[in-house]
Design a protein around this ligand. Structure first.
Ligand code: PCA
Length: 323
C-alpha cells in the first residue's frame, strides 16, 4: 500500500501543478469602500468563484477606487486593462440614456418597481454593453435615496443655493433644477468634502450616509425615497471567452447567486442604516407633501427630457416597465 499511496501523492501533485498552470487571477476594480454592502457581496462572489473552480479562477477585489478611479472602471474593462469591474450603472447615462433609467427621480421607488425596471432595462443594457465588448454579470440596487442636510427642509425651494454633492449627471441635473449648486464627489471623499465646506447637502442612500458617518457633518435625513439606482458588475467578453467552459459556468452561477443575495442585502440595509443614522443623533424626517410635490415636479420634467433623449430604446424600457 505505501507504493500506491506514493503514486496517488504524485498524481495529486501533478494535477495540482496542472491546475496551477491554468489558474488565472482577475484583478477587479470597484469604487466603494470595503464596508459597503456591495463590496461585501462582491467579496463573497469572488470567494464563491474560487471555491467552485477549485482555485482555477481567483478574483482579487481592489475596492474604493484603489486600482482605477470610479469614472475609469468601465473603460478599463472595455479596453481589457482589467477583465472585470464594478461601477454605478447610471454613470454610463452619457453614452446612452438607457443606462440611466434607474436614476430618474420617482420613476421606481420600491424594490418591486426597481426589480421590474431592471428586468425592463436588462436586455437593452446587455445589448449596449455587448457592442462595447462587455457583458453584464449582475446588478444590485442601493437602498432608496434620501436627502441629507444641515437644516430642516420643508419645500423644494429650501434646496435653493445649497452646495450639493452629486454622483452622476442625472443627479447634477436634479440639483440644478432645484436651484442648488452641484459638485461631483466620490463616496470615499464625502467626509472631507463636507468638513472643508465644499458641499453642505446630498442625496444618497442610508448606507452611504451611515458609512460616511454623516452625523459628523450634518443633522437631518429626509426620507424622500426618490429612486433606487444600481451598481453593475461587468466582464470583458474576450477575457470571459478565454476561460474554459466549466469556469465560465461557475462565474455565471456565482453571479446569479450574488444578484439574489445583493438585492436581499440592500433591503436589509435600508432599515438597519436608517437606525444607525438615528442612533447617532441624526433627525430622521418624513417629507412634507409640499416637499414631495416640488421634487416630483422636477422628476416629471427630467422624465420628459429623458424620454426625448432615450428615443425608441427608452420607450421600450418604459413600456416593459409599465406592464
Ligand atoms: N451611494 C452611492 C451611489 C448611490 C448610493 O446610495 C453614492 O452616494 O455615490
Amino acid at each position: 500500500m505505501p507504493g500506491r499511496q506514493t503514486v496517488t501523492g504524485i498524481g495529486a501533485v501533478l494535477i495540482g501543478a496542472a491546475m496551477q498552470l491554468n489558474a488565472a487571477t482577475w484583478d477587479m476594480p470597484t469604487p466603494y469602500p470595503d464596508a459597503t454592502f456591495h463590496t461585501v457581496n462582491i467579496s463573497q462572489f469572488a470567494k464563491d468563484v474560487s471555491e467552485s473552480t477549485d482555485g482555477a479562477l481567483q478574483i482579487k477585489v481592489h475596492s474604493a477606487g484603489s486600482l482605477f478611479k470610479h469614472p475609469e472602471i468601465s473603460k478599463a474593462v472595455r479596453s481589457q486593462q482589467v477583465p472585470i469591474g464594478e461601477f454605478f450603472l447610471s454613470l454610463l447615462n452619457n453614452e446612452n440614456p438607457a443606462f440611466g433609467a434607474d436614476s430618474l427621480p420617482f420613476l421606481a421607488t420600491s424594490y418591486e418597481d426597481a426589480k421590474r425596471l431592471w428586468e425592463a432595462q436588462k436586455p437593452i443594457v446587455q445589448k449596449l454593453l455587448d457592442k462595447q465588448g462587455m457583458m453584464a454579470l449582475f446588478s444590485v440596487p442601493w437602498p432608496p435615496q434620501g436627502l441629507y442636510t444641515k437644516k430642516e427642509i420643508n419645500t423644494a425651494g429650501d434646496l435653493k443655493g445649497l452646495k450639493f454633492r452629486t454622483y452622476n449627471a442625472t443627479l447634477e441635473k436634479f440639483a440644478n433644477l432645484a436651484g442648488a449648486a452641484p459638485t461631483q464627489v466620490e463616496v470615499p471623499d464625502i467626509p472631507q468634502a463636507f468638513s472643508t465646506g465644499r458641499v453642505e447637502a446630498m442625496i444618497t442612500s442610508p448606507s452611504t450616509g451611515a458609512n460616511s458617518k454623516a452625523w459628523d457633518f450634518l443633522s437631518h435625513y429626509t426620507d424622500i425615497q426618490a429612486w433606487i439606482p444600481k451598481n453593475i458588475v461587468v466582464v470583458n467578453k474576450r477575457s470571459f471567452r478565454n476561460l474554459d467552459k466549466a469556469t465560465q459556468e461557475a462565474v455565471i452561477a456565482a453571479a446569479a447567486k450574488a444578484e439574489a443575495r445583493g438585492w436581499e442585502m440592500s433591503r436589509d440595509e435600508t432599515r438597519a442604516k436608517v437606525k444607525i443614522l438615528q442612533d447617532n443623533g441624526i433627525t430622521v424626517v418624513q417629507p412634507s407633501a409640499e416637499l414631495i410635490g416640488g421634487l416630483r415636479a422636477i422628476g416629471k420634467e427630467m422624465l420628459n427630457d429623458w424620454k426625448r433623449a432615450a428615443g425608441p430604446e427608452g420607450a421600450t424600457i418604459l413600456q416593459a416597465f409599465s406592464k
